[in-house]
Each structure stands twice: as structure tokens, then as C-alpha cells.
Design a protein around this ligand. Structure first.
Ligand code: ADP
Ligand code: MG
Length: 906
């Protein structure tokens, strides 16, 4: 197959022939063969990480430069051992940095592979949903509004088709497509019979034959890697940059003090002081921080994936922690989304019950408890016909369970439409040939602005326009009503009767749909919204869609977590209110006082009410159009809220983009909505959002705790140096010892901290304010505590051993300093909770880091070669144990502090 051929220059039939395909698509077998030949439909880019390059990158660091400088100084001062040690430290640091980054990269890759794109394709004459990477040239794909185009394809059939090609050509207006062949020299942007990978269907539907896949597509030619995870300058980036600056300032300032004291006040030898200063500087610069932050984010994002929330933009993970309002839709997110028609109310005033749940087309139609025969009921037949035809849901083969038995059929399509199709199938299963032969001519898909959908069809030789939508909308477009005797005038009385029934059902949390039709002899091959008028009213269906289990809990969790939950739905006010009560967005007995409980879009603008006040005080918004969604979000943002918003349709894209965290529905959502969002919910479930928010808060917590750890240990360390110099003592550690303690001990320990989980009350607090700094005054008590303990112990140990020689004294101090730092990790696992309360062993990685870190220290002290290099002196084991025990004082003091603040809070 020639993927470069200008397929736009030949007719549809010729293109199909040339691609050895036809309108029914390829066979599975042929597709498999081609997949082998042409490979996957993927953009190959710099997907894999090259470990070698990653390792070399570690040496590009500013820190390394400083270290090399230090080695130069050591060499100049003729401390050759120090030179070797410094190079050893450089190497170790590179290895550690490599592992940190490798881990982060791996996590990012794992996330990317989660973002699979699915597409509908004709194989063996049936529509199947496949992963887009499975497509081969010659495949016939089926696209509808909101889908993204999975490969380059020649249009075979299009209906009202418009695509958005901004991602490829920069043209932001939708482009109308048709099947006419074009000149061979037509520009890319003007090839109106082609669809391009990476663009979107804005309107209408299409059938198209794939002409090029993967790297051979136009998109593939211009971009060799399409990163699905976007890196944008975000709030969080700003915060971490500020953090890095703060830490750098602290470390430079304290190192400068060390130098000034050492050289000018105490008059140590220049090289000596310089070396120590460089060592303290290197130690206190938080060089590991960026990598640690990436790891924290990556771990958070991966935990979210396990909770069914897929992150498309890394920083959204952290942003979620600050969410203070969630704007959620109703159908499918708060509810189960297995919609079932349970009641039908016909134009002639009869009310029917429908039994059966789920998608299995088995159930009875009854009236007053008695089975009815649809064949005797003209109005019911017409309603079933509309339900069946005005629909874009499909039944596939029944899913086969693990035991080999067939289960529920696989269905695709909007759940509302599936419910209607299932209703029709239930009736048809009882009686064959119940409904006449129908040929669909054109389709206007549902759109949340219009709130209806329509299908133009040839019904038993008669052209009809079949319409389904929100009842009041359909009612307003109807002029007549269908009865057993045929259409009659739709009087106000009859309208009222429908309204009353609608309200009655909506109060019971049912989703109500109106069904209508008209004769359409005059309409040619294209249905337009103008045609949807003078309809003949047929009836309404009441659809039950119970709340998901767990949603009520999630809503109440939000309340304790200081997050406001607002429902923004296109559904009826009463339905919305009823569901809001069921899930707890409204309290069960809440009544209207100053503000109404729920509002409809047209009530937002009234003389007695100000839009802004309403948004601030009302939590249920119904019959809302996407544009109003956007306005609500904007107002909340202007009030300083951080807004998370859910959406699924094409029209939701602007609001999703505008929200701080756009959340698209993975199952129900269109590709357009997903592409505009930062988070995709693979289960469409509201409770998942709340779990993701929890993870977001943990991310912030872990970044904060890790940076507190770095700051407290570094600060205490430098404080020790400054004080001992002021006292006029020898340096308590040599430069190489300093480097080892700080780069090795800290480097290992902070990795453990990055994996900490949330504790107890993380969802009982208010959201992290939008512009909260990572470092705040909460660090001060820990800073003092850590400095006092480390300093006290160092002075005691140093003065105790000094009479026995500097080397032994330094060995003691080395253990004090490294062990207090190691123990401090346990303090930083939670800034409020006792480490015994959260479980000393509950963070495996901290424990591993603990063991590794201690082992490395013993290694340098007790192996003759290394202890020679570092100039350590063997310390009696009993002394060692006593010093370690004393170092654990950091934990006891911190525990006392935590106990004290908790006491005060009570
Ligand atoms: P939501 O998803 O928030 O419940 P929508 O904007 O999707 O609201 O739907 C608004 C109204 O439009 C629904 O109450 C229903 O009456 C009607 N409707 C929804 N989906 C469809 C559809 N696929 N076909 C016809 N009518 C629909
Ligand atoms: Mg919807």
C-alpha cells in the first residue's frame, strides 16, 4: 500500500480499491496481516530513555562544577586523599542522581502508556472499538462528533462533517469536509476530502478509509514525538522555583558566614577554610530537590492511576491538592450511568411500566400490572420506533465471561441513547416485525446547547424526522400530539398534562426524555436544525439512573475537606435537585431560605438576583449550557477559588481548559474533552476525583516534608560549624567527611521521604491555599530543635573524645551528625503526627534508606581502607551504640513537640 499516494485526487471508490478495501472495511485476518507489515499506528519519537545519556547528564550539574573546584583547591593544598574522595563523591552523587531521575522517567513513561486512544473501525463488516495503534492502511474508521481522528484517512462518507485542524494547520475555525476528488496540487489545508491524524471532528459524522498511519501521517511528518504529557509553567513550578531560591540563599549565606568566621576571625589556613566552605556549600545546596519533586509528582500521579485518575499534565497532580470547588456534572459522574427506561407516558394519557435493568434486552411492558401488546398500540409503536432509530448506540456481540458463558452485550454510545435502544429491543424481543423497515438518511447528534437529537429516516417508504430531547424543548417545538386515532392539536391542557408527569418523575430523580416526529417528505438528504419544528408529540420516557455507591461518602468527605461541591447539569431542575439530595450535595431536609436550592439557567439573570451572588450561594445549577459553565468557573476563580470541573462534550472544552483542573470522562467523554483536560477519569466516577484530590494533597505534603528535612538538617549542620568556630575549636569534621555525610546520607534519606503516604487528617483540613509557599514558618520549630540537639550532642561528643585525638573525636561527631539526620527523617514523615502513631515501619522506603544509610556509615568507619581515606579512628562498639542512642534524641524531642501542639489544638 502506498501511504504517500495523493488519495485526495481520486474518487472514493478508486481510493478504496487502491487501498484494497471496501465500504465494509477489512477482514480481521487481513488487518492482522497488514499490522505485521506496516507496524503500529504510532508516532515514533524519543520514547525510550537512554540510561547512558541520563547518567552523563548527571555531570552537567552546577554542583559538580563546585566539587571539581573543591578538588582543585585540595590538590593545590596537596591533600591528594581529599581529591580522590571528592571524585568518589561526584561519582556516587551521579549514580544517586541517575537512579532518582531514572525512576521519575520510568514513572512518566508508565503514565504515557495509560493514555490510550480508542477508535471505532469496521472489521468484518461490524463496528469494533480498537486502540488507535491497531489501525492499518485500508481500515475503514467511523467517526462522530468529538472524536479525534486516529490516522490520515480519505473521506468515504460524511454527514454535516466539520473538523478542527488547528493542531495541524493552525486554522482555528471548523472546516467543512466532503468527498469530492481534488486536483493533485491542492494544499494540505484545502484537501477537503481528507481527515488528518490529530485533528478533531467538531460536528457531524464520517466514514473514512485510512490512507497513512504512524510516522507516515502528516502529523508524523512534522512532529516526531507527540508528548502526551504537557509541561507548562504552572503555579507549582513557580512555587518550587521560589523554594529552590530560598534554600540557595540560605546555603550561600551560611557558607559565607563559615568562611568569614574561619578566615578573618579565627585565622585558619586559607586552603583549609576554602575547602570547608566549599564542602558546606555543596552540602547545603539542595541539589537533589528538583529530582525529588519530580519523583513525588510521579509517585502521586501513579497512585492516582491506580485510583482511576489519569494525569495528562504532571503538575495537575499537585494542583488537585489545592482544589476548593468541584463543579461536577450529574449523569454518569454522580450516577451509575447504566440508564434504564422504567416508565413511558404516551400522548394519549396512558402510563406504562418497563421492567428489567441494565443493558440486557429482557423485560416486560405493563400497564396497571398487566402485560400489554405493543402491536395493538399505534402510539407506543411510534415511540418505540423513535427510540430505536433516533439513536447512535450500538449493540455488539455479547461479552464472553471467563466461564465461557455469554453475559451482557457490549454496547457503545451515549448511555441515554443506549437506554432508548434497550427499550425498543425489549419490545422487539417479544414480537418480531413489530417495527417497520427503516433506512437512516441523516443524523443530527445530541448537543447540550440544543438539548435534542434528530434522525432523518425512510420509514416504510415514508420520510420522517424523528426527534428525542429534553421534554420542554421538544414540547415547545411540537404543535400536534399523537393519539390512537392519529395526530391531534396539542392543546395547552395536554401540554400541562405532560408537564405534570414530567415534574412528577423528575422529583423521583428520573431523567425524562421527550420523543416526537414529523413527516419529512420535503427534506432532501440533509437534516438541519431548521427542520426540527411543527413536531407531532408522542410521549415521554422516564429513565432511572441511581447514584453510584460511594458518591455520597465522597461528597461528605469533600465537605470535611473544605471543598465545595456544585452540580452543574444539563438535566431538569427537579431531577438535578433529587439527585443532589440523594448524594448529599443538598442536605436531605434543606429548604429554601434566602437563596433557592437549585437554579435553572434562565433564572440566573433576573432583576432580583445577581449572577455572582447566586453562584456563591447555590450549589445546584440545571439546564445549564456549556457557556454558563464557563461563566460559573470564571466567577469562582475571580473569588480566589481553585476550580476543578468535569466535562464530556465538545462544547465543554473551553470550560475544561479554563478550569484550574479540567477533568474529562474517560468512558463517556469525547476526545476533544479529554484533550482539553489535565485529568481523565477512567471510570467516570465522582468518588475518583475526591481520591485524586487526596493524592494531590499528599504530593504537596511530601514536597513540603522533604524540603523541611533538607533545610533542617543543612541548617543545623552549618550551625554546628559556626558555633564550634566561634568557640575556637578545631573543625569538627574534615571536608571529605562533610561531603560524605551530606551527599550520601541526605541523598539516600530524601528518596525515602518522597514516598510517604497521607496520614489521618489530610482530608479533614482546608485545601492548601493556592499560593501557599512550600516553606513556611512551620519549619522554624523543627529548625531550632534539630540545631539544638545536633549542636549539643556534637559539642559533648567532640569535647569528650578530643583528649584522645582529633580523629577519634571527628569519628564520634560524624556519627552524631549523620545519625541525627537519619533520625530526623522519621520526624519529617509527618509534621503533626507521632511517628509511632503512623507506624514506624509503615514506610518501607524510609526503612530501606535507613538501613542503607547506616550501613554506608559503618562501612567508612570500620573498613580499614576507607577509614584510612577518611581519617576515621575505630570507635568502640559500645561507644558507637551509646552515640546512636543519644542521636535518637532528635526523635524524642520532636515527639514531645508534636504532642504539645496537638494538646494545644484540643
Ligand atoms: P447532563 O449530562 O448534565 O445530565 P445533558 O446536557 O447531557 O445533561 O442533557 C440535558 C438534557 O438533554 C437531558 O436532561 C435530556 O433530556 C436530554 N438529553 C441528554 N442526552 C441526550 C441524548 N443523547 N439524546 C437526546 N436527548 C438527550
Ligand atoms: Mg450528558
Amino acid at each position: 500500500m502506498d501511504q504517500k499516494f495523493p488519495y485526495y485526487s481520486i474518487s472514493t471508490e478508486e481510493a478504496l480499491k487502491k487501498l484494497q478495501s471496501d465500504r465494509e472495511g477489512l477482514t480481521e485476518e487481513e488487518a492482522r496481516r497488514r499490522h505485521k507489515e506496516y507496524g503500529p499506528n504510532e508516532l515514533t519519537g524519543k520514547e525510550g530513555i537512554n540510561p547512558f545519556v541520563l547518567f552523563l547528564n548527571q555531570f552537567k550539574d552546577f554542583l559538580i562544577l563546585v566539587l571539581v573546584l573543591a578538588a582543585g583547591v585540595a590538590w593545590y593544598a596537596d591533600h591528594m586523599v581529599d581529591v580522590y574522595v571528592i571524585f568518589g563523591v561526584i561519582l556516587f552523587n551521579a549514580v544517586l542522581g541517575f537512579f532518582q531521575e531514572y525512576r521519575a522517567e520510568k514513572a512518566i513513561q508508565a503514565l504515557k502508556s495509560m493514555l490510550k486512544q480508542e477508535t471505532k473501525v469496521l472489521r468484518d463488516g461490524r463496528i469494533r472499538t480498537l486502540e488507535a495503534r491497531e489501525l492499518v492502511p485500508g481500515d475503514v474508521v467511523v467517526l462522530e462528533e468529538g472524536d479525534s481522528v486516529p490516522a490520515d484517512a480519505r473521506l468515504v462518507r460524511g454527514k454535516n462533517l466539520q473538523t478542527i485542524e488547528a493542531s495541524l494547520t493552525g486554522e482555528s475555525l471548523p472546516i467543512e469536509k466532503n468527498t469530492e476528488p481534488l486536483e493533485e496540487n491542492t494544499n494540505l489545508g484545502d484537501r477537503l476530502n481528507m481527515l488528518w491524524k490529530g485533528t478533531h471532528v467538531a460536528r457531524g459524522s464520517a466514514k473514512a478509509v485510512v490512507t497513512a498511519i504512524g510516522g507516515d501521517t502528516e502529523l508524523g511528518k512534522i512532529s516526531h514525538s507527540l508528548g502526551s504529557i504537557k509541561a507548562t509553567a504552572t503555579n507549582f513550578r513557580k512555587k518550587t522555583e521560589r523554594l529552590a531560591k530560598q534554600m540557595a540563599v540560605i546555603s550561600v549565606a551560611t557558607s559565607a558566614v563559615v568562611f568569614i568566621l574561619g578566615y578573618f576571625v579565627r585565622n585558619y589556613a586559607f586552603e583549609e577554610v576554602l575547602l570547608i566552605t566549599v564542602a558546606t556549600l555543596v552540602s547545603s545546596i539542595p541539589e537533589g530537590l528538583p529530582a525529588v519533586i519530580t519523583i513525588v509528582l510521579a509517585i502521586g500521579a501513579n497512585r492516582m492511576v491506580r485510583q482511576n485518575a489519569i494525569t495528562r499534565e504532571f503538575s495537575a497532580t499537585e494542583m488537585l491538592g489545592s482544589v476548593s470547588v468541584i463543579l461536577t456534572d450529574k449523569t454518569g459522574t454522580l450516577t451509575k450511568s447504566i440508564l434504564t427506561v422504567s416508565k413511558v407516558f404516551l400522548g394519549d394519557g396512558s402510563e406504562l411500566e418497563v421492567s428489567g435493568t441494565g443493558y440486557t434486552p429482557e423485560g416486560e411492558l405493563t400497564q396497571n400490572g398487566e402485560n400489554i401488546n405493543p402491536a395493538d398500540n399505534k402510539v407506543l409503536q411510534q415511540l418505540l420506533l423513535i427510540a430505536k432509530v433516533c439513536n447512535n448506540a450500538h449493540f455488539g456481540a455479547p461479552k464472553r465471561g471467563e466461564d465461557g458463558k455469554t453475559g451482557e452485550p457490549e454496547v457503545t454510545g451515549d448511555p441515554t441513547e443506549v437506554a432508548l435502544l434497550v427499550l425498543a429491543k425489549k419490545a422487539e424481543a417479544k414480537q418480531e416485525n413489530l417495527l417497520p423497515e427503516v433506512q437512516v438518511i441523516d443524523d443530527l447528534p445530541f448537543n447540550s446547547e440544543q438539548k435534542y437529537r434528530a434522525t432523518l429516516a425512510e420509514v416504510a417508504g415514508q420520510r420522517e424526522l424523528l426527534v428525542v430531547g429534553a421534554p420542554e424543548k421538544i414540547l415547545s417545538l411540537s404543535t400536534r400530539i399523537l393519539t390512537q386515532e392519529g395526530p391531534q392539536v396539542l392543546t395547552n391542557e395536554l401540554r400541562q398534562r405532560v408537564q405534570d408527569k414530567n415534574d412528577e418523575w423528575a422529583d423521583k430523580a428520573m431523567r425524562v426524555l421527550g420523543l416526537a416526529y414529523r413527516e419529512a417528505d420535503g427534506i432532501q438528504d440533509e437534516a438541519k436544525t431548521d427542520h426540527v419544528q411543527e413536531l407531532i408529540w408522542v410521549g415521554i420516557t422516564g429513565i432511572v439512573d441511581p447514584p453510584r455507591s460511594g458518591v455520597q461518602q465522597a461528597v461528605s468527605d469533600c465537605k470535611t475537606a473544605g471543598i465545595r461541591v456544585m452540580m452543574v447539569t444539563g438535566d431538569h431542575k427537579k431531577t438535578g435537585t433529587a439527585i443532589a439530595r440523594q448524594v448529599g450535595i443538598l442536605d436531605p431536609d434543606e429548604t429554601e431560605e434566602i437563596f433557592p436550592l437549585a437554579l435553572q439557567e434562565d433564572e440566573l439573570e433576573s432583576p432580583e438576583n445577581v449572577f455572582e451572588d447566586l453562584v456563591d450561594n447555590v450549589s445546584v445549577f440545571t439546564r445549564v449550557s456549556p457557556n454558563t459553565k464557563l461563566r460559573i468557573a470564571e466567577h469562582l476563580q475571580s473569588k480566589g477559588h481553585l476550580v476543578a470541573m468535569t466535562g464530556d462534550g465538545v462544547n465543554d472544552a473551553p470550560a475544561l481548559k479554563r478550569a484550574d483542573v479540567g477533568i474529562a470522562m474517560g468512558i463517556r467523554g469525547t476526545d476533544v474533552a479529554k484533550d482539553a483536560s489535565q485529568i481523565v477519569l477512567s471510570d467516570d466516577n465522582f468518588a475518583t476525583i475526591v481520591r485524586a484530590i487526596r493524592e494531590g494533597r499528599i504530593v504537596f505534603q511530601n514536597v513540603r516534608q522533604t524540603s523541611f528535612f533538607l533545610l533542617t538538617t543543612n541548617f543545623a549542620f552549618v550551625a554546628v560549624f559556626i558555633i564550634t568556630m566561634l568557640l575556637g575549636w578545631p573543625f569538627p569534621l574534615t571536608a571529605t567527611q562533610i561531603l560524605w555525610v551530606n551527599l550520601v546520607t541526605d541523598g539516600v534519606m530524601e528518596l525515602g521521604l518522597a514516598t510517604e503516604r497521607g496520614h489521618g487528617e489530610i482530608m479533614k483540613r482546608a485545601p492548601v491555599p493556592r499560593d501557599a509557599s512550600i516553606l513556611d514558618k512551620g519549619v522554624v520549630p523543627y529548625l531550632l530543635l534539630m540545631s539544638v540537639v545536633m549542636l549539643g550532642l556534637t559539642l559533648a561528643v567532640f569535647s569528650y573524645y578530643l583528649p584522645q585525638g582529633e580523629n577519634l573525636a571527628r569519628t564520634g561527631v560524624f556519627i552524631v551528625i549523620s545519625m541525627t539526620q537519619v533520625f530526623n527523617t522519621f520526624n519529617m514523615r509527618s509534621l503533626e503526627y507521632s511517628v509511632f502513631e503512623i507506624g514506624i515501619f509503615s514506610n518501607r522506603y524510609v526503612n530501606i534508606a535507613f538501613v542503607v544509610s547506616v550501613a554506608l556509615q559503618l562501612l567508612v568507619i570500620y573498613t580499614p581502607l576507607l577509614s584510612g581515606v577518611f581519617r576515621f579512628k575505630e570507635l568502640p562498639i559500645l561507644d558507637l551504640l551509646i552515640i546512636i542512642l543519644l542521636s535518637s534524641l532528635v526523635v524524642w524531642v520532636a515527639e514531645a513537640y508534636k504532642w504539645f501542639i496537638r494538646k494545644k489544638q484540643l
